[in-house]
Ligand binder design. Structure first.
Ligand code: KIV
Length: 265
């Protein structure tokens, strides 16, 4: 990839009803391969706590960890949009959110991602007013795992469904540039994506989002899971190299072949 991908490109995808491919990354080598394979958005996710550090949740990840991996990814990147996750409690207050978002942007992020609904409205507004593109993460929010009680599909009952839909709209109004939807029923994703003007990104959320994302190791069969989750596909199955697997992932996302019904809830 040689052109620098910006938030405007994701808006254009939404307008054109075309899809964009996203992956997580934590190091320079895989970043180089995925960026050259056409992955438009690379997330330095706090999933690094699980897939790189071997923890059983994302909660132990610190700002220093995130900054270290962001710098590694930046060195391997060739034009993909770099999004950085804000780790657990790094945006618990407005002051923390300002200070930590600033550190991530100064280290090379093009946008930041925060988990939560109503309680992150003010933070979303403040950061976006100051020029920081915010992606709000709804549905299964792994930093709240102790409150949720496990990694379950969210938004199945009517109350939860209405809450997620309403929070997505409020976050858009507060200035969020993107909404990431994790592990929610495909039918709810469709309603959210049709209602919002801003682009959506999905993982385990069906085919109706504008972008799709997967943990990079999951896409190449290096699972950290005991069994392969429904929303994961091993792109090495039909590839001779990791580069080809990433290219196949991009192509399947763009041609609506991934995720299929069997990857959705
Ligand atoms: O941290 C992460 O990798 C994520 C993705 C699962 C979307 O938030």
């Amino acid at each position: 990839m040689n052109k620098n991908i910006t938030i405007k490109d994701f808006r254009n995808h939404k307008k054109a009803k075309s899809k964009f491919a996203c992956l997580t990354a934590y190091d320079a080598s895989l970043t180089k391969l995925m960026s050259e394979a056409g992955v438009e958005l690379i997330l330095v996710g706090d999933s690094l706590g699980m897939v790189v550090q071997g923890h059983d949740s994302t909660i132990p990840v610190s700002m220093e960890d995130l900054l270290y991996h962001l710098r590694c990814v930046k060195r391997g990147n060739s034009g993909s949009h770099l999004m950085a996750d804000m780790p657990f409690m790094s945006y618990a207050t407005e002051k923390l959110a300002y200070d930590n978002a600033m550190r991530l942007m100064q280290a090379g992020a093009n946008s930041i991602k925060v988990e939560g609904g109503e309680w992150i409205l003010k933070t979303t507004e403040l950061l976006s007013e100051r020029g920081i593109p915010v992606c709000a993460h709804l549905g299964l929010t792994p930093q709240s795992i102790n409150r949720l009680g496990g990694y379950y599909v969210q938004g199945r009952d009517i109350e939860d469904k209405n809450r997620i839909l309403s929070e997505a709209k409020q976050l858009e109004d507060a200035g969020a540039e993107l909404i990431l939807l994790e592990c929610i029923p495909a039918i709810l994703t469709e309603e959210i994506s049709q209602t919002l003007k801003i682009p959506t990104i999905g993982i385990g959320a069906g085919v109706s989002t504008d972008g799709q994302i997967m943990v990079c190791y999951d896409a190449i069969g290096a699972y950290s899971w005991e069994s392969q989750p429904k929303f994961v596909k091993n792109f090495m199955d039909d590839a001779d190299s990791i580069f080809d697997a990433f290219k196949n992932y991009v192509s399947e996302v763009k041609n609506l072949k991934f995720p299929s019904v069997k990857n959705s809830f």
